[in-house]
Design a protein around this ligand. Structure first.
Ligand SMILES: *Cc1c(COP(=O)(O)O)cnc(C)c1O
Length: 400
């Protein structure tokens, strides 16, 4: 018999009653150190006093009015994002996929309004992940996500990640823009070379096309900078964010330069919930905290130590790990054995991690973790590895 919840997820048999900072407490009464953070979402950890207070207070005042009226919370959050980024204007929505949909619409609309309706194709990358809507599974391009869902949405071309010549060759008079993740998340924590991003910027300028960056996972402080593209020194034309920006409250956004944003005139696009007072009250706390002096420096400091801890762990268990990847608090360990085995063993030790493509174990803790929290995560991971390693050698003995 089918469950009342549709079966599109293979879930662990575990639920949580509450959380505190980087910790989650299971219905099994065990404490779990949460280095999954709801897939890079719970940026301020669980039960953050300011976030809880802002949501509770806003909920008691007004949650939702629609975009027929002004929303001061959204205006304040947009101001904050504009003041601290390349962008001139912000559109709010509710998720990453939805942000990317709007991003593509804005790029196409801009080319159209500039007299280039033929420029409507977006160059994407092999291994990308942009979400699960009909258009975004086509932008993602992964056959596993497309199978059985009918005709692909037209207008997305795919080339190899970090291959500038491939991009150059793929640009045609129909190209409207390029969409890239600064670090491919779902497909295995693969970083774009800063050089490559700078090359894309030049190509876009040369061809009159737009550089779009999907910062849904990498943005909002995840890599130790407000946005991951900042380290390459380039300015994109438009970016999408979601995941971490609401700290667990569903919120997404598109940030764009005025040249593009100006064309999103009344009637061109819309959303009922997008940017409502409750979501933006949450976003204001999260973004406010991330921008608080010293916050991102602390993320960078902790992630440097965390990186070193991961290096030494990987060195001590070469039978389990192949390499470590990523930046800031977005890290991946490529596994020699199924990464799901490592994740399960870690969970047995009370550490939550997420899988990613390419057999990678992904660690994306809340941005508020301390060095001691990271040390604790590594201690638990080491215990898991010891057990796994023991099982491996027993297995070898048996088959020898
Ligand atoms: C998670 C993710 C998305 C999709 O976000 P949803 O909120 O699940 O729709 C898009 N792009 C990237 C890079 C992501 O990591």
């Amino acid at each position: 018999m089918i469950s009342s919840i549709m079966p599109n997820y293979k879930r662990f048999d575990l639920a949580f009653t509450h959380g505190e900072g980087p910790w989650l407490i299971g219905t099994d009464k065990r404490r779990y150190l949460d280095f999954a953070a709801g897939i890079a979402v719970s940026s301020l950890g669980h039960n953050h006093p300011l976030l809880v207070k802002a949501i509770a207070e806003q909920a008691a005042k007004v949650m939702h009015v629609s975009n027929l009226y002004r929303t001061p919370q959204a205006e304040a959050l947009a101001d904050l994002l504009v003041q601290n980024s390349f962008a001139d204007s912000v559109l709010f929505c509710n998720s990453g996929a939805e942000a990317n949909e709007a991003l593509v619409k804005i790029i196409r609309r801009t080319q159209y309004m500039k007299g280039h309706p033929e420029k409507n194709r977006i160059i994407c990358f092999n291994g990308a992940f942009h979400g699960r809507t009909l258009a975004m599974i086509s932008a993602t391009g992964n056959p596993a996500y497309l199978e059985g869902f009918g005709p692909r949405v037209e207008g997305f071309d795919h080339v190899d990640f970090n291959d500038l010549n491939a991009v150059r060759t793929a640009i045609t008079p129909e190209t409207a823009g390029i969409l890239i993740e600064p670090i491919q998340g779902e497909s295995g924590i693969k970083a774009a070379d800063p050089e490559f991003l700078r090359g894309l910027r030049d190509l876009c300028d040369e061809h009159g096309i737009f550089l779009a960056i999907d910062e849904v996972q990498t943005g909002m402080g995840r890599t130790g900078f407000l946005f991951a593209h900042e380290v390459s020194g380039i300015k994109p034309d438009i970016i999408s964010v979601a995941k971490g920006i609401g700290g667990g409250f569903p919120l997404g956004a598109v940030l764009a330069r005025a040249e593009l944003a100006q064309y999103l005139t009344p009637g061109t696009h819309g959303t009922t919930y997008g940017g409502n007072p409750l979501a933006c009250a949450a976003g204001l706390v999260v973004v406010g905290e991330i921008l608080r002096p010293g916050f991102l420096e602390q993320v960078r400091k902790v992630s440097e130590s965390f990186g070193a801890m991961l290096e030494s762990l990987a060195k001590d268990y070469p039978e389990i790990f192949i390499d470590i990847r990523g930046r800031g608090l977005m890290r991946g360990l490529k596994c020699r054995i199924p990464s799901s085995d490592v994740i399960t063993a870690a969970m047995d030790e009370g550490l939550l991690a997420v899988g990613a493509g390419d057999n990678v174990l992904r660690l994306v803790p809340p941005l508020i973790v301390s060095e001691a929290d990271c040390q604790e995560a590594i201690t638990r991971l080491r215990r898991a590895c010891k057990t796994l390693s023991h099982t491996l050698s027993q297995h070898k003995e048996k088959t020898a």
